[in-house]
Design a protein around this ligand. Structure first.
Ligand code: MSP
Length: 503
């Protein structure tokens, strides 16, 4: 069975979950669900990043120990993901012993292979980014280009990773694997960073002790980023179960925001190569969700909590509108108004109305017993196109384009009803044919829409009188026109997506 290993970044525990974090996690969840429906063996990982100065300072401000701070916030992320029905198979915390073992082993290997050396570092450091910046990267008045806050001058005696040794191998990898980083603009961005020249990077700290100790030198802990990246290897057995790691690692897909591209797409593959791991991950990078043109962040006071959105739109309404409205790649403006109009147009109107209308007419014209679709239906070709485009969209990790293609089929079925007006016709074969086609279109939309809206589409499935859940089906078998069985009695029910008014 094909394997598919998908990850989100692990989130810092100084911040509460907001819809920016939810965007990555939801996309990863939907992609994981899609691959399960393809029949693949899926492992889906998310978690929290708990070491480093940023967390230590947040803990101090809150009068907590760093571990107490991490315990409290990590739970908030777990709760947020539960409330969004995230189907992760594991939740990793970097403070767990399994992770310490993996970090020490992986970096010890880099050290033994001659890629880590001692030296002194001096530079401008942003605590919020947990990153050093060169002078030309700084903003006005020596501020962090992302957080717009003053950077700190740091001088440290520490260990350096010989990133410069990997320039050629990284360039070859990104030049020869056109799908290594998608969308392609981000592959070019990573190549550009490498072509500017790679300097060795400082990977340990003596100024703090909240981190994983460097195994060969007691006074140092690893810098948080080099500990954090290794979480992806820890969770599939690195350092504890070699056979498991070898099975899963070649199937790794990292989903992440563009803010952390350099760490993921340049530093991390170099670390893997330095440790003798030749299989490099595949990357899927997205832009920022912007609120009034600004990135959502703790420092901008513009964060929107996923819980508030679930209260407005329901879990699946929120999941759908977020996935459908913001394609995976460019920056995208988030607004309540556009979420509302997406919900009302696609869910309340297009899908919800269709389901309600069809089941009502089946009640009136067919004695409540659903007819079967036509094999040679005028909708069949359009369905085949919608299915192919849906599959292509998800294959590219583009939930928005997959869902767009699926919803085209729902609109086709609505048009079929508007053109033929079966409610005006006498009961008989013509009405049966139209309704059978509409029911089949609904079945296919519920099937293909399930990764975005697992519960709502399961409810729709039941309303179509179908057994089981759409997520239990295999795409290759079930996404083919003509399978709606007909002959089933349709249960009655309330609209699945009641129309919402602006609040
Ligand atoms: N802890 C590091 C990641 C380590 S992974 C080995 C980190 N954490 S974070 O909490 O700041 O989360 C960053 C990720 O959250 C981004 O890469 C992105 O996936 C998501 N987002 C945070 N804000 C976002 C937006 N405003 N818009 C979209 N995604 C955003 O960096």
């Amino acid at each position: 069975m094909d394997r598919f290993y998908v990850t989100t970044p692990i989130y810092y525990v100084n911040d509460e979950p907001h819809i920016g974090h939810a965007f990555t996690t939801l996309n990863a969840d939907a992609v994981a669900r899609w691959h399960r429906m393809l029949g693949e063996d899926v492992f889906f990982l998310t978690g929290t990043d708990e070491h480093g100065l940023k967390i230590q300072r947040a803990a101090e401000e809150n009068g907590l120990s760093p571990l107490e701070q991490a315990d409290r916030t990590s739970v908030r992320f777990k709760e947020a993901w539960r409330s969004l029905n995230i189907s992760n198979d594991d939740f990793i915390r970097t403070t767990e012993p399994r992770h310490h073992v993996a970090v020490q082993q992986l970096l010890q290997r880099c050290y033994d292979n001659g890629y880590i050396e001692r030296g002194t570092y001096e530079g401008s450091y942003c605590v919020s980014c947990e990153a050093y910046y060169t002078d030309d990267e700084l903003g006005e008045d020596r501020t962090c280009p992302i957080h717009k806050r003053p950077v700190e001058h740091m001088v440290e005696d520490n260990y350096f990773f010989k990133l410069s040794a990997f320039e050629d191998r990284l360039t070859d990898w990104l030049t020869n694997s056109p799908d290594a980083i998608t969308p392609d603009g981000y592959r070019k961005e990573a190549l550009g960073l490498i072509r500017q020249g790679l300097e060795d990077i400082s990977i340990s700290r003596t100024s703090i002790d909240w981190g994983v100790p460097v195994p060969w030198d007691d006074g140092h802990v690893f810098y948080v980023w080099y500990d954090a990246l290794i979480n992806y290897a820890t969770a599939v057995g690195f350092g504890s179960d070699d056979a498991r790691f070898e099975q899963w690692w070649p199937a790794t897909h990292h989903m992440l925001g563009k803010d952390i591209l350099r760490f993921h797409c340049v530093y991390w593959p170099a670390m893997l190569l330095a440790a003798g791991i030749e299989d490099l991950p595949t990357y899927h990078v997205h832009g920022f969700l912007l609120v009034s043109g600004e990135k959502m962040s703790k420092t901008s006071f513009n964060k929107i909590s996923p819980t508030a959105m679930v209260e407005e739109f329901g879990v699946d309404g929120f999941r759908y509108a977020l996935l459908r409205d913001h394609s995976f790649g460019p920056d995208s403006d988030f607004s309540y108004e556009s979420m509302l109009s997406r919900y009302n147009s696609d869910l309340a109107n297009t899908f919800g109305n269709l389901l309600q209308r069809v089941t009502t007419i089946v009640g009136k014209k067919c004695g409540g017993v659903a007819p079967a679709p036509r094999v040679d239906s005028p909708v069949a070709d359009k369905a085949a196109t919608a299915i192919a485009e849906t599959i292509a969209g998800w294959a590219k990790f583009q939930a928005a384009s997959g869902l767009d293609a699926t919803w085209r089929l729902a609109r086709e079925a609505n048009e079929l009803l508007s053109e033929t007006e079966p409610w005006k016709l006498e009961p008989g074969p013509e009405v049966d044919a139209i309704l059978g086609d509409a029911l089949e279109a609904l079945r296919i939309v519920a099937l293909l829409g399930a990764p975005a809206m697992p519960e709502a589409m399961a409810a729709a499935w039941a309303r179509l009188g179908l057994p089981g859940r759409p997520e239990e089906q295999r795409i290759a078998d079930a996404a083919v026109w003509g399978q709606y069985p007909g002959g089933v009695t349709l249960p009655e029910g309330e609209p699945l997506f009641p129309r919402l008014k602006a609040t």
